[in-house]
Design a protein around this ligand. Structure first.
Ligand code: BG6
Length: 480
């Protein structure tokens, strides 16, 4: 049999990804209002602090540090950073708009000109180098006013505020942005609603009712965004963004296989099924019944959702998940906002996330079989400790190995027949970790001199992976 020459298609969208709240800083500048990320404390205890009942969404400088306030100061250093992205040859740069730069409290009638002008400057700078922005409309940065006074996405009123926000940005940036995405990792709310939905679940019995009602509001809001995007920016593409982790059954016991299938349906596929197919999937009926979920659906919602489905599927992939119905006695493994049982075949990152490039090929195949829409890997990468050597070099071979194996897996999936439009590796420049608020959990090709204790000059340095990724892009994936 002839060896297949594996290649990436012409025009493949290579690049990197970030989110406003994890890197911009300038949290009070340009009339920006406070958002949910501004009250997230730094440090490994971040998620536990947020999970404590009665978390009050206030800044407490006596008790905690708030690394997102300064981020890596992209707000002032974007020209230097974008020049480095251009040097690597980025075709696209995935970023998010901070909703509170445009509507500081979320519910104003008029957009904030200073915020709009800031992103004009970013998009112009990107276009100067021929880099297309891929913009996430909402990436874990809901206006704090909507969190505190409306209960986040639990409230139907938020849909109206979001509609105003998307109209403002589509009208303003219609000549500058061709690729959009609605809600970052929308399905993450299933495990952890604070960051994406802006509320915590106080009583376990209300958990699913509030989360699935929040999802419904987001599906309506997403369809409003898709409709507006297509009307205001003909030719633009707008996608959803889901967190995926293929779910493996711990063993071939059919009970565990069924359990893993259900986990996969509700976690990996539920949101995508609605975004792509425009209707609630059959399996959700039983899930809603068994979890006492009754959705408040307004007249016209289901038609709107059906008529305004997404153009592509953006997703993040860091790891797979192994599941067993009864986990007692088994070692568990931490993950990207979820937990499974340890997979004996996989090694893990410094933060315990299991590294599984074949899992990426598996999920690419599964998603494409299911949806037949273009896929876009908009997050993938290795959070690791980096060491600056005496001569200033940073030899992050472990990161190169991780990325190489995942890019190879994408290549295999393309060969399998998957329509993959691009790849933006996460945290192309070091930034604040979402789950731990640490700087030391680094993902970048570009090192930023900033540390967990708040010290650091913010100087940027190119890591070994910077030069490697540049070769990958310039050879369109041949120079792996
Ligand atoms: C994704 C998020 O879940 O994973 C990003 O969309 C996040 O915001 C990334 O930073 C990596 O997670 P972490 O917790 O290592 O920063």
């Amino acid at each position: 049999m002839n060896a297949i020459h594996k290649k990436f298609p012409e025009g493949f969208l290579w690049g990197g990804a970030t989110a406003a709240n994890q890197m911009e800083g300038g949290f009070h500048e340009g009339n920006k209002g406070l958002n949910i990320a501004d009250v997230l404390p730094g440090g490994k205890e971040r998620l536990n602090v947020l999970k404590k009942p009665g978390f009050n969404f206030e800044i407490d400088n006596e008790k905690y540090s708030y690394p997102n306030h300064e981020g890596i100061d992209f707000y002032h250093r974007y020209k230097e950073d974008i020049a480095l992205f251009a040097e690597m040859g980025f075709k696209v740069y995935r970023m998010s708009i901070a909703w509170t730069r445009i509507f500081p409290n979320g519910n104003e009638l008029e957009a904030n000109e200073e915020g709009l002008a800031f992103y004009d400057r970013i998009f112009d700078e990107l276009h100067k180098y021929g880099i297309e922005p891929v913009v996430t409309i909402s990436h874990y940065e809901m206006p704090l006013n909507l969190v505190k006074n409306y209960g986040g996405w639990r409230s139907r009123e938020v849909v109206t505020f979001f509609e105003r926000y998307v109209h403002a940005i589509f009208n303003r940036y219609k000549d500058k942005v061709k690729y959009w995405m609605t809600f970052n990792e929308i399905n993450s709310a299933l495990h952890f609603p604070i960051m994406s939905m802006g509320f915590s679940v106080e009583k376990e019995e209300d958990k699913y009712q509030s989360i699935f009602q929040g999802f419904h509001h987001q599906f309506v809001a997403s369809s409003i965004a898709v409709k507006a995007c297509h009307e205001i920016i003909p030719g633009a593409k707008i996608g959803c963004m889901i967190l995926v982790a293929p779910v493996y059954s711990y063993d071939c016991n059919p009970e565990n296989v069924m359990y893993s299938l259900q986990e996969e349906q509700i976690f990996n596929f539920f949101c995508g099924d609605i975004h792509v197919r425009g209707e609630y999937p059959a399996y959700s009926r039983r899930f809603f019944k068994e979890h006492n979920i009754t959705l408040d659906i307004h007249e016209g919602d289901l038609e709107l959702i059906k008529e305004n489905t997404v153009d592509y599927i953006g997703f993040s992939y860091y790891m797979s998940l192994t599941q067993k119905k009864d986990k007692s006695g088994l070692e568990t493994t931490p993950g990207n906002l979820f937990e499974g049982v340890k997979n004996p075949f996989l090694k893990a990152s410094d933060w315990g996330w299991e590294i599984d490039p074949t899992g990426l090929r598996i999920i690419l195949n599964k998603l494409y079989d299911r949806y037949q829409l273009p896929l876009f890997v908009v997050e993938n990468g290795l959070g690791a400790y980096d060491k600056v050597e005496e001569d200033g070099s940073i030899n992050d071979d472990y990161r190169i190995d991780y990325l190489r194996s995942h890019i190879e897996a994408m290549c295999e999936a393309i060969e399998d027949g998957v329509d993959l439009m691009g790849y933006t590796s996460w945290g192309c420049i070091d930034l604040v970790s979402a789950s731990t608020g640490e700087f030391s959990k680094r993902y970048g090709f570009i090192y930023v001199d900033k540390h967990d204790d708040g010290s650091g000059t913010l100087e940027r340095k190119k890591k070994k992976s910077f030069y490697w990724y540049k070769d990958v892009i310039f050879s369109n994936g041949e120079g792996l």
